[in-house]
Design a protein around this ligand. Structure first.
Ligand code: PTJ
Length: 253
């Protein structure tokens, strides 16, 4: 279906179309559509925009990625369908490695996501098939297998739309975890070191812009941005913004 650009819900409908197309092409799993529904509901509660707290988290995330020794972007089905161009851009400007890591794992889907990301310019996609040969401790799902050259060796890892188990296990293993999750209450959001409570379709372009801007900044200043960031406080500020926004919808008097 072609969605007219002047439709009041154009952006939201476009995202749905991308996910449905992704599902038909074997990139997204049906569960990804359900996860999107949950995310979309939270997006309403933040006014479908990047708030100040999310902006702060994007800044801290960009600084952490630029000062990392071995940064990795972890990509699942929804992320590949929604922001393949931004994944590729971000990977090349940081620079960072890209690894496919799926909750509902299948080699066929890994290969499809690999092909899609390559079409958008990612040169080397890690984690496909047998190359995911290392086990992360403390995860029961099949996503425990990671590429030793990617997530296995990473010190900073971006995990958009993630399940709580892996976020907690990665954090426990000493990696700095950057989550992109519209639900500020999720285990992932709570376990991460930097949580961007925003839609991945805004957060990734925001990260690209911020990384470009901070590339000019001294390393010592970037490290100060990272060490001065308090994730729990920032999530709290985001919740305050959400409540203020909802307050604006109340009928007064
Ligand atoms: O492709 P796979 O096999 O790796 O599976 C991907 C899904 C998303 C199905 C899988 O990781 C999953 O089941 O995730 P959860 O546990 O449902 O968590 C997804 C989280 O992402 C939820 O907290 C949602 O609110 C949030 N979310 C959904 N859509 C977006 C989002 N956050 C940011 N941007 C979105 N567009």
């Amino acid at each position: 279906m072609r969605i007219p650009r002047n439709h009041p819900r154009y952006q939201s409908l476009r995202i749905r179309e991308l996910l449905v197309k992704g599902m038909k092409e074997g990139i997204v799993v049906p569960e990804g559509l359900l996860a999107h529904g949950r995310g979309e509901a939270f997006d309403y509660l933040i006014g479908e925009k990047t708030g100040r707290a999310a902006g702060k988290a994007i800044e801290a995330a960009a600084a952490a990625l630029l000062t990392a020794k071995s940064p990795v972007l972890s990509v699942n089905g929804n992320t590949a369908a929604l922001v393949p161009r931004e994944v590729s851009k971000l990977a090349s400007i940081i620079p960072a490695k890209v690894e496919v890591n799926l909750f509902h794992r299948s080699v066929d889907r890994e290969k499809r996501i690999d092909r899609l990301l390559r079409r958008y310019g990612v040169k080397n996609v890690l984690g496909v098939g047998p190359s995911a040969s290392e086990k992360i401790q403390g995860i029961s799902s099949r996503r425990k297998m990671v590429d030793p050259a990617g997530i296995g060796a990473a010190d900073v890892i971006v995990i958009p739309l993630e399940d709580g188990d892996r976020a907690e296990a990665l954090a426990r293993s000493g990696k700095r975890v950057i989550a992109v999750d519209l639900n500020p209450l999720s285990r992932t959001a709570q376990a991460a070191s930097i949580t961007i409570v925003d839609n991945v379709v805004r957060a990734f372009p925001g990260l690209v812009r911020m990384v470009k801007k901070l590339k000019r900044v001294r390393k010592s200043s970037l490290m100060r941005i990272v060490s001065g960031f308090d994730n729990k406080k920032n999530i709290s500020r985001g919740l305050d913004e959400m409540m203020d926004y909802l307050e604006g919808w109340r009928v007064k008097g």
